[in-house]
Design a protein around this ligand. Structure first.
Ligand code: SF4
Ligand code: SF4
Length: 378
């Protein structure tokens, strides 16, 4: 830091109350070593150190928006310091001081007006988009209800993944329903630091889901939706589809009879691997497909590299690092020699496929459920 630092005891107490694990940091530097955006302007170890002393200055308010909330730092921190929570607390402070990317206002307005951060479609449009699946779903008496990510709803490439999930779950003998109410799970609001709006929006979403979903299980296509819904839904089980498919395959309810001959690699979505430690489930699903060889990238599991979307901040705010990160990740996938890179996240799919359009590699980017559905056939 160079300059002498004055401890702000009041702020220190406040930060320790909001992030109690902050006191456990002993400055080992693991976080900044593995943080994919560490450079001369961004050093998460230093931000944690200063926060311990109650020092958060205007420079931190500016750079804190570069963090993609990938969670690598906290997944690898030997003392389990809740670093992403700290980032979100500093973002809330930055918002109060009016230091934030102007794009955030745009995103929050879109959620306020249309219940999704991407704009372009309303809840009525959402029902119209999802009507294409009405012949495949059973909303009367479902065993499981799909919560479609707001990004999937408006993107035909991602709508294919919804269809694939319905088809695969139906083959496992489940009656599949669909939630067609409000769109965004609220994750982006949480990570961009607007706590008050987050509480207001998610209360509305919780009431809408709990009054319309009549199944014991809600299954998501996006790890972000799973992570968010788990925080505020009670009395219903929320799972990501990789967990459900893994259970169905292991219990023998989902049988994969077809055989293929292909080498694939798997990109761990941050909100599965690092934020929720859902790491082996997708790998078990992949390796249970006869004839599939899984090869790992140089960085995988908790150490996997972020696709650049992060907790929504990267994809929605288009931070200075997000495009660079997606290209770096795609390059690692190419280096494995696989012909397909699989993932299990709407954001990751979009980031990697967009990078692939620019880099024109020989790899095909696919969502795991779409890959499985294509192997299983009709
Ligand atoms: S990894 Fe954890 S203990 Fe180590 S410097 Fe970072 S926050 Fe502190
Ligand atoms: S969440 Fe990711 S980008 Fe943010 S500080 Fe941690 S490792 Fe770096």
């Amino acid at each position: 830091m160079g300059m002498p630092v004055t401890v702000n005891f009041e702020l220190r107490e406040e930060l320790l109350k909001l992030v109690p694990t902050l006191s456990l940091c002993y400055q080992c530097g693991t976080c900044s070593t593995y943080c994919p955006i560490t450079d001369e302007s961004y050093n998460i170890r230093l931000i944690v150190k200063k926060a311990q002393l109650g020092v958060v200055d205007p420079k931190d308010f500016k750079v804190i928006w570069d963090c993609v909330t990938c969670g690598t730092c906290q997944a690898l921190c030997p003392n389990n310091v809740e670093i992403v929570n700290l980032v979100e607390v500093i973002r809330t402070m930055a918002m109060k001081s009016k230091v934030f990317p102007t794009k955030i206002n745009e995103i929050l307005w879109k959620i306020y007006e249309n219940q999704n951060p991407w704009g372009g479609y309303t809840v009525t449009d959402k029902r119209r988009f999802l009507a294409q699946f009405s012949g495949l779903i059973n909303n009367e008496n479902p065993d499981v209800v799909i919560y479609p990510c707001c990004l999937s709803v408006g993107d035909p490439r991602l709508q294919r993944h919804i269809k694939a999930l319905i088809r695969v779950l139906t083959k496992a003998g489940l009656k599949v329903g669909m939630y067609t109410g409000l769109s965004c799970c609220g994750d982006i609001i949480l990570h961009t630091g607007n706590k008050a709006f987050y509480e207001e929006y998610t209360a509305k979403l919780r009431d809408s889901i709990m009054s319309s979903v009549k199944a014991p299980i809600i299954v998501t296509l996006s790890p972000h939706c799973e992570y968010a819904l788990k925080k505020y839904l009670k009395g219903v089980r929320v799972v990501h589809y990789v967990e459900l498919l893994d259970e169905l395959i292991r219990s023998g309810k989902l049988k994969i009879d077809k055989k293929v001959d292909i080498t694939v690699t798997y990109h761990d979505p941050c909100y599965l691997s690092k934020h929720q430690r859902i790491i082996e489930e997708p790998r078990r699903v992949i390796t249970s497909i006869p004839g599939v060889r899984l090869v790992e990238m140089a960085h995988s599991r908790e150490k996997s590299l972020c696709c650049g979307a992060g907790g929504g901040g990267g994809i929605a705010l288009e931070t200075r690092v997000s495009t660079e990160l997606s290209k770096r990740r795609l390059k690692e996938a190419v280096d494995t020699g696989a012909s397909v890179v699989l993932t299990a996240c709407t954001y990751c799919f979009r980031m990697l496929e967009d990078a692939n359009k620019v880099m024109r590699t020989s790899l095909k980017v696919m969502d795991l459920v779409e890959f499985l559905d294509s192997v299983m056939g009709d």
